[in-house]
Design a protein around this ligand. Structure first.
Ligand SMILES: O=P(O)(O)O[C@H]1O[C@H](CO)[C@@H](O)[C@H]1O
Ligand SMILES: O=c1cc[nH]c(=O)[nH]1
Length: 234
């Protein structure tokens, strides 16, 4: 057990799907997995293990932001022998070709966070995903006939940015979209010699302020969840 997770060693499988929202973890467990057992409710950060088409895996919320996913990912990798974390999250599109509900895979994550300072590196480090998880996710999307854009995302420390136009400078550098966790997840995996990947659904765009309904969001999250789950079977 850890201060944030009441699971026993062995309760959590080698691969964990990790949405920010713990209720999305519950949704995935209830709608996609069989033989489901809940392993965590500390701070309501719900975690479940079960089977997808016979393959054992787990799903657990990460909370919002790098500090939160930094805690949960570290504990999963270090204390529970987890090998793979696949974040399944939402993002805001910076790239103007991205439409609502499109899928983005984060090959790398840039950030305004100081998370990497703890490693005391004599330069900057690139936060990148695991190539094997990326390859499998791309194959999975192709098999499901779903379009994905693969590239660099921005993991922001703020959701409500006081500098309204700052995003344009990231867009200018080829950043596809903004979210709030991948940089911390990727660096945690890199430090501990583990694997991580982020798959995202575009929930809003900085180019057009369209509203989306909860039903539309649910369907689009289903596409992302399927890409992630099917990639675990490859
Ligand atoms: O939908 P999730 O996975 O929570 O991801 C995005 O949504 C939250 C902000 O609303 C942040 O956590 C951001 O990364
Ligand atoms: O972090 C996020 C997620 C979705 N949309 C945003 O603008 N930011």
């Amino acid at each position: 057990m850890t201060p944030h997770n009441e699971a026993n060693r062995g309760d959590i499988k080698k691969t964990v799907l990790m949405p920010g929202d713990p209720l999305r973890a519950k949704y995935i467990a209830e709608n996609f997995l069989t033989d489901v057992k809940q392993f965590n409710a500390v701070r309501n950060m719900l975690g479940f293990s079960g089977k997808y088409k016979g393959k054992e895996l787990s799903v657990m919320g990460s909370g919002m932001g790098i500090p939160s996913i930094g805690i949960y990912a570290h504990e999963l990798y270090e204390k529970y022998d987890v090998e793979n974390i696949i974040r399944v999250g939402s993002c805001g599109a910076y790239n103007k070709d991205l439409k609502l509900f499109d899928l983005v895979i984060a090959m790398g994550a840039s950030s305004d966070s100081n998370f990497a300072h703890q490693f005391n590196l004599p330069g900057t480090i690139s936060a990148i995903c695991d190539f094997d998880l990326l390859r499998k996710a791309v194959i999975s999307a192709e098999k499901l006939d779903m379009n994905v854009k693969v590239g660099n995302v921005f993991s922001s420390d703020v959701f409500y940015n006081n500098n309204e136009d700052e995003w344009k400078r990231w867009e200018d550098m080829g950043i596809l979209a903004v979210e709030m966790e991948s940089y911390g997840l990727y660096l945690t995996a890199q430090k501990l010699g583990k694997k991580a990947l982020t798959i995202l659904t575009v929930s809003d765009s900085f180019h057009m302020k369209e509203q989306t309904t909860p039903k539309e969001r649910e369907k689009s999250f289903n596409d992302m969840i399927l890409v992630a789950l099917e990639s675990c079977l490859i």
